[in-house]
Design a binder for this molecule. Structure first.
Ligand code: DGT
Ligand code: CA
Ligand code: CA
Ligand code: ZN
Length: 594
């Protein structure tokens, strides 16, 4: 890709984070360090291109960027360097800063390794650890060498530049809206996001946008001029740009007659396309992004070309039902479509309520009444308040005594609505902490009084496989635990899943009637599509919950629906598609006597 020399948001963020790290190593004022770290994070997550902000004189609109930082960033963008940053860089080598990327390697340790052993890069550190030289240092032993080597291996695997769908999707939709806004009416006949984003994959490598237009040149020009775009390159059939946060976006303008084949091709996945192409080949057709061409092996005259204005027609011509993009991973969907056996996938409209959400009683930002009003406004018929139980460290949890007070508040809200003839049930629940020893954050007699209980883990997540599995199984076996919340604890892009033995956990959920959660928060998406599908195979039921800590987070439901659809789930697999009474009778606590 040809490119002008311009810094991306990510590069600026890296430079500022590097300054923060060097200041830490040099024992600078704590607040100065935090200022650089904050500014770096805010710039990393910025949708607008920082160069554009600079041109508008609006750098100070970035949270955490004051006068001095704005001047320094302006110098970086204009001249490519900042004198003060360069002086700092000369004092502490980049390799020492890189060492701080290793888990558990804070500035103090990095500084000692550098000053006392002269280690000034991750590579040098690896060598020294392998040769057993770190144990000479006071406070370091064979164990810490092992830990450091494991950590280096971990950061080596982080080369993967994929971004979570929760970051990419709003940006991609913003670009589409921006293009529509920038172009005269009717210039775009069609526009659609294809690729992994259309398939709702949990992480996205790059965004693929397809459109039909009579004026391809105008579309490409408008695309390159979008404010989020920071670098531009182009090829023969597509324009690629890179956004401020490093995300690549490919835009292709195709002929209307090629639309069906193009959308099918660029939606992927590659594996799905291979399976579809093989099927076409068997009946004498070769499929590409333009259409079908008859080969020598079929009945049609070789070289005959067929075009399809819609994707449905491509699949229909090959004897297949139209396959929803979420299923296109070559996991049996082509065979199922051939025998008209695709599942009727769950949709957002099927959801009638949620069973996991927070209020100001714990770490939510809105009141019980405000969250319930938001749930009602979405057409829900029920919503469960499940504030954190005690046992969660810094978050003030809700104990038996506070739950009693909360119950009075919930009862009052419910009877008010009943009087007004509003059909909505606010349920009282708890997100109960599964403590490190496998006991729960609330005793059974308190759990028994709730309408619903979600159990989850937020602490001691690095326990070994046997310990954390036994701990989780114990919660699943509790008769008052209805739902297992975000089972693997992973945070996309920042924290790996726990070592939980999911096969055993899901089997235990099936055996006990414990519902498995798909946590819809795009930072979690937990369980993922693979485990959700396995859960259903083993006989579990699923709940899809936003785990909302603010009303606006109820919008995240669509990400959970994406996971569920990728797992082949129908409405019947998901308990919160049920009306209130039927839902309650599905909860484990209410099924024991049945
Ligand atoms: P990503 O970007 O890594 O998240 O995943 P995709 O699926 O969006 O992959 P991408 O952007 O490389 O390509 C978009 C679609 O275009 C892909 O899903 C299938 C199609 N495609 C791209 N390259 C090939 C290819 O070499 N063979 C076939 N059959 N299809 C391809
Ligand atoms: Ca892609
Ligand atoms: Ca692509
Ligand atoms: Zn929660």
């Amino acid at each position: 890709m040809e490119e002008e020399h311009r810094f991306t948001n990510r590069e600026i963020a890296d430079i500022l984070a590097g300054v923060g790290a060097r200041l830490q190593i040099l024992d600078a004022n704590k607040f100065r360090v935090i200022a650089f770290q904050n500014a770096a994070e805010n710039i990393r997550n910025l949708a607008q291109d920082i160069n554009t902000l600079d041109e508008q004189g609006a750098l100070k609109s970035i949270p955490g960027v004051g006068n001095a930082l704005a001047d320094a960033i302006h110098a970086l963008l204009a001249d490519g360097y900042d004198a003060e940053f360069d002086a700092l860089a000369a004092q502490v080598p980049q390799g020492v800063v890189d060492m701080m990327q290793i888990p558990d390697m804070g500035p103090k340790k990095a500084k000692r390794l550098w000053e006392e052993l002269g280690i000034d890069s991750v590579e040098a550190l690896r060598g020294a650890a392998e040769r057993g030289e770190l144990r000479d240092l006071k406070g370091f032993g064979a164990k810490s060498e092992e830990k450091i080597l494991k950590g280096i291996e971990l950061i080596g695997q982080r080369t993967d530049e994929r971004l979570p769908i929760g970051v990419v999707r709003p940006l991609a939709l913003g670009l589409v809206a921006g293009l529509e806004h920038a172009l005269p009416a009717h210039t775009l006949q069609r526009i659609e996001v294809a690729g992994s984003l259309r398939r709702w994959k949990e992480t996205i490598g790059d965004v693929d946008i397809l459109c039909v237009s009579a004026d391809a040149a105008a579309v490409m020009a408008a695309f390159k001029n979008l404010p989020e775009v920071s670098r531009v390159g182009s090829g023969e059939t597509k324009t690629s740009v890179v956004l401020g946060n490093g995300l690549q976006v490919d835009l292709r303008v195709v002929d209307a007659q090629h639309w069906g084949a193009a959308l099918q091709y660029f939606t992927g996945s590659k594996e799905h396309n291979v399976a579809v192409r093989e099927l076409a080949q068997k009946s004498g057709w070769s499929l590409n992004e333009y259409g079908l061409t008859a080969t020598d092996d079929g009945e049609a005259p070789a070289g005959q070309v067929l075009f399809f204005p819609s994707e449905e027609e491509v699949y229909a011509f090959l004897g297949l039902e139209w396959i929803p993009p979420e299923l296109r991973e070559n996991r049996g969907e082509v065979a199922a479509a051939r025998r008209n056996g695709l599942p009727r996938l769950i949709t957002r409209a099927d959801i009638r309520g949620e069973l996991h959400g927070h209020t100001t009683w714990s770490d939510g930002t809105e009141s019980v009444a405000a969250m319930a009003a938001a749930a009602m406004a979405r057409g829900y018929r029920y919503w469960a308040v499940t504030d954190h139980s005690v046992g969660l460290g810094i978050v003030q949890g809700v104990d038996g005594e506070r739950l009693r007070k909360q119950r009075a508040e919930i009862d009052a809200v419910n009877s008010q609505w009943a009087e007004e003839g509003i059909d909505f049930a606010l349920l009282q629940g708890s997100e109960v902490e599964i403590l490190a020893d496998g006991t729960l954050g609330l005793p059974d007699d308190v759990l028994a009084k709730l309408d619903v209980a979600v159990a989850s883990i937020h602490s001691a997540q690095r326990q070994d496989r046997d310990t954390i599995t036994a701990r989780t199984l114990r919660a699943i076996e509790n008769p008052y635990i209805d739902i297992l919340g975000h089972p693997t604890g992973r945070l996309l892009g920042s924290r790996p899943p726990t070592e939980l033995d999911m096969e055993r956990v899901l089997a235990a959920c099936a055996a006990t009637g414990t519902i498995v959660e798909i946590n819809a928060n795009p930072a979690r998406l937990d369980v993922n599509d693979i485990y959700a599908r396995r859960a259903i195979e083993l006989g579990c039921k699923i709940a899809i919950n936003c785990d909302a800590h603010a009303a606006v987070e109820m919008n995240l439901l669509e990400y959970g629906i994406g996971v569920a659809r990728r797992a082949w789930l129908t409405a019947a697999d998901v308990v919160n598609t049920l009306p209130p009474q039927a839902l309650l009778s599905q909860l484990k606590r209410n099924r024991r006597s049945a």
